[in-house]
Write a protein that binds this ligand. Structure first.
Ligand SMILES: Cc1cc2nc3c(=O)[nH]c(=O)nc-3n(C[C@H](O)[C@H](O)[C@H](O)COP(=O)(O)OP(=O)(O)OC[C@H]3O[C@@H](n4cnc5c(N)ncnc54)[C@H](O)[C@@H]3O)c2cc1C
Length: 405
C-alpha cells in the first residue's frame, strides 16, 4: 500500500473493478479498496443469488480486458432468445439473436464470477494495488487531494477519488452530492428454481400487474428468477414455505416452463430509482450504482455501470496522454456529459415501462398489448430495440466496440 495514488477507487464490485482493469498498463498509480473478500467458485457450489444479464457491450469490454476467459472458465449461460408477454392480454414479443445474425443476445453470469475474473486480471498489473478486505472508515473530500482513512488505521491520499461503492455510496455522501430518489414501491424476489421443462437458452419475462417476473437461464438447466412485486407481496412471497412458493410461482408464470419442482434460498431487494444530481466534482467521480440505480426489468443496471467505468477510463487515459490534469473539472465534465445523457434515457425508459405494465386500465392494457404485437411485427423497430438492449447502439466507449483494444 502506498501513501498516495493518482486514482483511488472505493468499491471492488463489477463496476469499480472494470475501471481499475481499464487503467492497467497506464503510468497511473491506482488502488481499489474493497470491504469483502470473495472465495472462488467451485463447480459444485450452488449459484449465487446475484446474477446479471451481461450484454454484448459489457462482454466486449471484458474480452478487451482479458477477463472474459476467466468468466468462461468458471460458469456462464448464453441466451439466444427472449420471450416477453403480458398477463392481461395477448401481447407478445420475441427476440432472437439469429435475426441479427449473431449467436447470442447476452449471458447470464453471477456477479461474483465477473468480479473474480476481473480481480485475476487486476493482480497481473503492477500499477494497481488491490486493497481487500479493507473498509473505508472516513473520507475527507478535497478538490486537489482527498484523504481516506481505512479500518486498519492507515490514511491514504488521492488526486482522483472514484465512488464505485454501490447504491449507499459513502463517497457520494462525503462529497455532498445529492440524489434524486424515487422508490418503485417494489422489491425484487430472487432465487434459483428448477422447472420441469428446460429453459431452452431463453430469457423469459411475464408482465404481471404487480410487477414483472423473469426466468433467466443458468448453465445447469435451472433458472435464476427475479420476481418484482409490491413490497408487501414480496415479503409474503419470501415467507411462504417452499411448496406454496413453487405453486404460486408456476401459476404466476403460466406454467411456461412447466411445474416448478424446487427452489433455493430466497431474498428480496428493495427497488429504487436513484440518480445523483452530479456524477463529478473536481477530483471526484461516481460510477455504477453509486451514480444511478434502475428497475431490473430490462437487466441494464450493471451494464450501464460497466459503460460508465469504461467511459471514465477513456476520458482519464486521453487526458493523461495529452498531458492534461486527469482529476480536473474540465476533464471529468466530459465523462459526466457523456454518461449522464445515456443513463437518463435508459432510466426514464425503464420507469415508463414499469408504469405502463403495472397499469390495469382497460384502454391502456389494450394499447399496451397492441403495441407489443406491433413492435414484434415491425422488424426494423424490433431490431432497434434489440441492438439497444445488447449495447450495440448509443455513444459507446472505444473498448466496448473495438476488438483488440
Ligand atoms: C434483483 C436485481 C436484479 C438485477 N439484475 C440485473 C441484470 O440482469 N443486469 C444488469 O445489468 N444489472 C442488474 N441489476 C443491477 C446490478 O446488480 C447493479 O447495477 C450492479 O451490481 C452495480 O454494481 P456496482 O459495482 O456499481 O455496485 P455493487 O455491486 O453494489 O458494488 C459495490 C462494492 O463496493 C463495496 N463497498 C461499499 N462500501 C464500501 C466501503 N465503505 N469500503 C470498502 N468497500 C465498500 C461493496 O462491498 C461492493 O463490493 C440487478 C439488480 C437487482 C437488485
Amino acid at each position: 500500500m502506498k501513501n498516495h495514488y493518482d486514482v483511488m477507487i472505493i468499491g471492488g464490485g463489477m463496476v469499480g473493478l472494470t475501471l481499475a482493469c481499464a487503467l492497467a498498463r497506464s503510468r497511473l498509480q491506482v488502488a481499489v479498496i474493497e470491504a469483502h473478500e470473495l472465495t472462488d467458485v467451485n463447480k459444485h457450489d450452488d449459484y449465487e443469488l446475484r446474477v446479471s444479464a451481461i450484454n454484448r457491450a459489457s462482454q466486449q469490454i471484458f474480452s478487451n480486458l482479458n477477463a472474459w476467459q476467466g468468466i468462461q472458465s468458471r460458469r456462464l449461460s448464453p441466451y439466444q432468445k427472449m420471450h416477453v408477454w403480458d398477463s392481461t392480454g395477448d401481447g407478445v414479443i420475441d427476440f432472437d439473436a439469429a435475426d441479427l445474425g449473431v449467436d447470442m443476445l447476452g449471458h447470464i453470469i453471477e456477479n461474483k464470477v465477473v468480479q473474480l475474473a476481473l480481480i485475476e486480471q487486476l493482480k497481473t498489473s503492477s500499477n494497481i494495488d488491490w486493497l481487500c478486505p479493507l473498509s473505508v472508515e472516513s473520507i475527507q473530500y478535497a478538490d486537489n487531494k482527498s484523504t481516506i482513512k481505512l479500518d486498519d488505521g492507515n490514511e491514504i491520499t488521492t488526486a482522483l477519488l472514484v465512488g464505485a461503492d454501490g447504491a449507499s455510496s459513502r463517497v457520494r455522501e462525503a462529497a455532498g452530492i445529492e440524489i434524486e430518489k424515487a422508490p418503485y414501491h417494489q422489491k425484487g424476489v430472487v432465487c434459483v428454481v428448477k422447472s420441469s421443462k428446460h429453459h431452452q437458452q431463453t430469457a423469459w419475462q411475464r408482465f404481471l400487474p404487480t410487477g414483472p417476473l423473469a426466468f433467466l437461464p443458468l448453465s445447469d438447466g435451472r433458472c435464476s428468477i427475479v420476481w418484482s412485486a409490491t413490497d408487501e407481496e414480496a415479503d409474503r412471497l419470501v415467507s411462504l414455505d417452499e411448496d406454496a412458493f413453487c405453486r404460486e410461482l408456476e401459476q404466476a408464470f403460466e406454467y411456461a416452463l412447466g411445474q416448478v419442482e424446487s427452489v433455493g434460498p430466497r431474498a428480496a431487494f428493495p427497488l429504487v430509482r436513484r440518480h445523483a444530481k452530479n456524477y463529478i466534482k473536481p477530483g471526484l467521480a461516481l460510477i455504477g450504482d453509486a451514480a444511478h440505480t434502475i428497475h431490473p426489468l430490462a437487466g441494464q443496471g450493471a451494464n450501464l455501470g460497466i459503460l460508465d467505468a469504461a467511459s471514465l477510463a477513456q476520458v482519464i487515459l486521453e487526458a493523461d496522454l495529452q498531458g492534461r490534469e486527469i482529476s480536473s473539472y474540465a476533464t471529468l465534465r466530459k465523462f459526466e456529459r457523456w454518461r449522464r445523457g445515456e443513463n437518463t434515457l435508459m432510466m426514464y425508459s425503464m420507469s415508463g415501462f414499469k408504469n405502463l405494465f403495472s397499469n390495469e386500465q382497460t384502454g391502456l392494457t389494450m394499447v399496451r398489448n397492441l403495441g407489443l404485437n406491433l413492435v414484434n411485427k415491425v422488424i426494423p423497430v424490433k431490431h432497434k430495440f434489440m441492438r439497444h438492449a445488447m449495447g450495440l447502439e448509443g455513444d459507446l466507449p472505444e473498448i466496448a466496440k473495438t476488438i483488440g483494444w
